[in-house]
Design a binder for this molecule. Structure first.
Ligand SMILES: [Zn+2]
Length: 116
């Protein structure tokens, strides 16, 4: 394979003479990186600008829709959970009380057994 030698070119950006790595190179190595970065940024910026309003609109709509849904969901969830929590709490409390009662009666019976 023969190495392709391109004629030295003048960078369109900085004016430096450079050896192009491809036939269509317009910029020196440093500048090509910069330019591609700028192009990318520009593309992103353009894309972002174009889409920002759409996104905002979509977001607003979506958010509004979702916030209502979320509120509804939260309410439902809270109601559901509150009952569950209350039930659990009641059970837990009662079981604790039961265990207290159990230990108390145990202590009482043991003292009765001791006094006997
Ligand atoms: Zn350059």
């Amino acid at each position: 394979m023969k190495k392709r030698n391109f004629k030295p070119k003048t960078c369109e950006r900085c004016g430096d003479v450079f050896k192009p790595t491809g036939g269509h190179a317009k910029y020196c190595c440093d500048c090509s990186i910069e330019v591609s970065r700028e192009k990318q940024l520009d593309c992103v910026r353009k894309h972002y600008k174009k889409n920002r309003e759409k996104k905002l609109e979509y977001f607003k709509k979506h958010y509004k829709k979702n916030s209502e849904k979320k509120l509804e969901y939260n309410e439902k969830y809270y109601k559901k959970n509150r009952e569950k929590m209350l039930e659990y709490h009641r059970k837990y409390k009662s079981s604790k009380r039961d265990s207290k009662m159990f230990f108390r009666t145990l202590a009482m019976t043991s003292t009765i057994a001791d006094s006997k």
